[in-house]
Design a protein around this ligand. Structure first.
Ligand SMILES: Cc1cc2nc3c(=O)[nH]c(=O)nc-3n(C[C@H](O)[C@H](O)[C@H](O)COP(=O)(O)O)c2cc1C
Length: 213
């Protein structure tokens, strides 16, 4: 499978990037074709009013690496892991900008909008985050929009790895060992079970098959 790992902290030696690299190690160990990208190298601008910055041929005129990252690498991937620090109980502005700017390729004015929409569907998406604080709902403002994105694009929200730390790399001292969790998450990424039932979803009474059944 083709996997893309997006590190969105401006600190490339920081905590979320450490976790993201561990996920990438796990993905590669399971034989997946894995690429890691630091968003700060690719996305340097926010979305603008598309009516003023769209070129005559429908393409985006913001001249950074977003177009090639989104159109060539993101759309090509079977699975994407996004890594972010918790910033003000939400995701980093870099990651938000990456998602916001996808919209430019979905409007009818973009000549390839139909193909973009088709290729956005059905991906496996994972989330890796780091924060200073630890209380359980601290990460709700990061998880919720990612989950909505996955729902909107008929994807699979594979799961979340959360490490605690503040200083660069301090996440490696978190006693829950999120770095090992992240590596395992990468190994299992394309196999992990995900369910989101509706009342009439046909299902077996057990979640896991019993060896004696
Ligand atoms: C602008 C900013 C906002 C932050 N807001 C929060 C926050 O709301 N809650 C929290 O637990 N940590 C917060 N932090 C701390 C970071 O989440 C923490 O240091 C994280 O490990 C940084 O990840 P990084 O090393 O990948 O950049 C904030 C840090 C910055 C710089």
């Amino acid at each position: 499978m083709k996997a893309l790992v997006l590190c969105s902290s401006p600190r490339q030696q920081g905590n979320s990037a450490r976790l993201a690299r561990a996920v990438a190690t796990g993905l590669a160990a399971s034989g997946h074709d894995t690429e890691t990208v630091y968003l700060a190298d690719a996305v340097t601008g926010f979305i603008r009013d598309c009516r003023t910055c769209r070129r005559a041929d429908g393409t985006c005129s913001i001249d950074d690496g977003h177009a090639s990252l989104f159109l060539d690498r993101f759309l090509d991937a079977d699975g994407v892991v996004v890594a972010t620090p918790v910033y003000w109980y939400s995701m980093s502005a870099q990651l938000k900008a990456f998602f916001d700017r996808m919209s430019c390729y979905l409007f009818a004015a973009y000549p390839g909008a139909d193909s973009v929409m088709r290729r956005m569907k059905g991906k496996r998406i994972g989330l890796v985050l780091s924060s200073e604080e630890a209380y359980p709902t601290l990460s709700a403002g990061v998880i919720q929009p990612i989950q909505e994105y996955v729902r909107y694009t008929h994807g699979t929200f594979v799961g979340v790895v959360h490490g605690q730390g503040n200083a660069r790399g301090e996440v490696s001292r978190d006693p829950r060992n999120p770095i090992a969790q992240a590596e395992q998450f990468g190994r299992d990424f394309f196999a992990l079970r995900y369910t989101d039932y509706q009342i009439d979803t046909p299902r077996a009474p057990r979640v896991w098959e019993s060896p004696n059944a």
